[in-house]
Design a protein around this ligand. Structure first.
Ligand code: AMP
Length: 118
C-alpha cells in the first residue's frame, strides 16, 4: 500500500493544525477549500478507498460519522453541511487514503458534478 500525504499528516510528519484529533482520526482544513467551511476527517488507519474497507473497519467508519457531526457542531455549521466521500479517480478521489469532506457555508442545494465535489 502506497503512503500518501494524509499518511504523513496523520503520523505528524508534516506539521499541520488539527481542528480535532483522537486515537482514530484527525480533522484538518482542506488546503483548496471548495466552500467557506471545508474540512477533512482522516482516519489514522490508511484505508485507500471506502470500497476497500472491511467488516473490521465498521466501528471506525461509524466513529468518523460521529466525529463529523461533532466537528460540524464545533464549527457552527451543524444545521447545514454536506458530507462527501469521493471513491476512486472517476469518483473525484485524488488522495488515496480514505477521508470525509465536510462542506458548508454556501448553498448546497445545487448539484455540482463538474467540480468533483457535489
Ligand atoms: P479527494 O479529491 O476526495 O481525494 O480529496 C482530497 C482533498 O485533499 C482535496 O480537497 C485537496 O484539496 C485536499 N488536500 C490535498 N493535500 C492537502 C494538504 N496537504 N492539506 C490539506 N488538504 C489537502
Amino acid at each position: 500500500m502506497e503512503d500518501t500525504i494524509f499518511g504523513k499528516i496523520t503520523r505528524g510528519e508534516i506539521p499541520t493544525d488539527f481542528l480535532y484529533e483522537d486515537d482514530l482520526c484527525v480533522v484538518i482544513k482542506d488546503i483548496y477549500p471548495q466552500a467557506p467551511t471545508h474540512v477533512l476527517i482522516i482516519p489514522r488507519k490508511p484505508i485507500p478507498m471506502l470500497n476497500m474497507a472491511s467488516e473490521e473497519d465498521q466501528s471506525l467508519l461509524g466513529h468518523l460519522l460521529v466525529v463529523a457531526g461533532k466537528v460540524a457542531d464545533q464549527l457552527g455549521v451543524a444545521d447545514a453541511f454536506r458530507l462527501v466521500i469521493n471513491n476512486g479517480a472517476g469518483g473525484g478521489q485524488t488522495v488515496f487514503h480514505l477521508h470525509l469532506h465536510i462542506l458548508a457555508g454556501r448553498d448546497m442545494k445545487e448539484v455540482e458534478l463538474a467540480s468533483g465535489l457535489a
